[in-house]
Design a protein around this ligand. Structure first.
Ligand SMILES: [Zn+2]
Ligand SMILES: [Zn+2]
Length: 451
């Protein structure tokens, strides 16, 4: 890489900033903020980036921020090169912190039990390192830091997209803590890594009547039973089994007397899926199947399909870039294949627009049994994971910039709010508009209430 020594540069950076980064994480851990309330966290990150000479932009709702490093106009020869985006999430969970550590949460019913304090700190450190690389003329393009709000709510990524945060981005990368993996290790996979989980409600209605004469009415309980048993079976024959699309009911209810056919009933369940294409086709298919079973028994079925996040599907080239970059700074032994999870992750929204990948950052203290899990009130990490994460993210950004020199940047995602004047990244010549003109680094454009 142009004769510079990335591992040595990272060693020097971490020797100088490692303690600061651990302190930063502990401060965030002690002051957790839940989705869309991340004001203090946003301010702390923005101040630190500004101190390093960067010009962060706060998202319209007031939490979450974007900051670009390097690229044009500092170096016009990189003008055509797509931006590489790195993403972290800022929010904590609405639950009590049950650890006894000096940096335990000071906020009742808020806790960084999903490691987003670690993700934020890793991205901050990566940004500081890359800013120093850019100053030394060693950053071959532009990197965008995305600190998004409200991942646990599942919508923070959509705020970034609405603000034009993916404009000119060619690839995007993110890490998530994994308490089942030793610190120093990185779990990668190509293809689906997290699942979609949608909710469905089927309301069935009919005329009702006497159980002695089902032929004179519509036997609603029988029809509901058919819907409950037939739908999962039919789906398994209509959808590619590799997509792991599964419908499981959690609540079924109808009727009040043994000898009366009720006039309504309800079934509620979840649809989980590991394949993006199957996820997109699921609502229409489930509606078609529900209607066909209902029609056969003379009842009416009304389907409510509630979307959550899509599955996160790692793009193969991006997953490969992640692997080779991590191998270069951690060694080949650090890499491991990670299994699919049926949990959800709103990073998936970005991957609907641009290629990218999510990797799992080991946070377990080596030799300790897997005593912590994500979303547990006692969740904590081996803080050496922060340095590992900074190494991996910095190396991945640089590797992707070099590799993507011929790739084309993604068109900004088509979202209505992109055309709104207040979208910070929406302008064609974006430099000034993007950074809010003279509004100063901490005042983004005015909220535009698009959601
Ligand atoms: Zn979580
Ligand atoms: Zn999380």
């Amino acid at each position: 890489m142009e004769g510079n020594d990335l591992p040595a540069d990272l060693d020097a950076f971490l020797a100088g900033h490692g303690a600061e980064m651990i302190g930063f994480r502990r401060d965030l851990h002690a002051h957790p903020e839940t989705g869309y309330a991340e004001h203090r966290t946003t301010r702390r990150v923005a101040l630190r980036l500004a101190a390093a000479g960067l010009r962060p932009v706060i998202l319209p709702k007031g939490t979450g921020l974007l900051a670009d490093i390097g690229g044009p106009p500092e170096n016009p020869s990189f003008a055509e090169r797509p931006v590489v985006a790195l993403r972290a999430d800022l929010d904590a969970l609405p639950m009590a912190d049950e650890k006894s550590v000096p940096y335990r949460s000071t906020v009742p019913d808020a806790c960084h039990a999903c490691g987003h304090d670690v993700h934020t700190t890793v991205l901050l450190g990566t940004g500081l390192f890359l800013a120093s690389q850019a100053e030394a003329g060693l950053l071959p393009g532009r990197v965008r830091l995305i600190f998004q709000p409200a991942e646990e709510i599942g919508t923070g990524a959509l705020d970034v997209l609405a603000a034009g945060g993916l404009a000119s981005v060619g690839r995007i990368f993110a890490l998530h803590c994994d308490p089942r993996l030793d610190v120093g290790r990185l779990g990668i996979r190509s293809g689906p890594i997290t699942a979609a989980c949608d909710k469905i409600v089927v309301r069935v209605s009919g005329p009702g009547g006497h159980t002695a004469r089902p032929h004179l009415t519509a036997d609603l309980v029988y029809a509901l039973g058919k819907i409950v048993t037939e739908l999962p079976a039919m789906l398994s024959r209509r959808v590619d089994p590799r997509s792991s699309l599964s419908l499981v009911w959690g609540r079924v209810s109808a009727g009040s007397a043994p000898n009366a056919i009720p006039d309504d009933g309800i079934a509620e369940g979840t649809v989980r899926c590991l394949d993006d294409e199957a996820w997109h086709s699921a609502p229409e298919l489930i509606k078609e199947l529900t209607d066909s079973v209902a029609a056969a028994y003379g009842v009416t079925a009304e389907l409510t399909y509630q979307r959550n996040v899509p599955p996160t599907v790692n793009e193969p080239v991006s997953a490969e870039l992640f692997s080779s970059a991590a191998e270069g700074v951690l060694g080949a032994d650090a890499l491991t294949h990670t299994p699919q999870s049926l949990g959800g992750e709103d990073f998936a929204w970005y991957l609907e627009s641009v290629p990218g990948a999510l990797a799992r950052l080991g946070t377990r203290v080596p030799g300790e049994p897997g005593s912590y899990d994500l979303h547990q009130p006692s969740f904590d990490v081996d803080e050496r994971a922060i340095g590992v994460g900074i190494r991996v993210m910095a190396a991945t950004a640089l590797t992707a910039l070099w590799d993507d020199s011929t790739a084309t940047a993604a068109e900004p995602p088509v979202r209505e709010s992109l055309t709104h004047a207040s979208a910070p990244y929406a302008g064609a010549d974006t430099r000034d508009a993007r950074y809010g003109g003279d509004a100063g680094p901490f005042r983004g454009p005015s909220p535009h209430g698009q959601r």
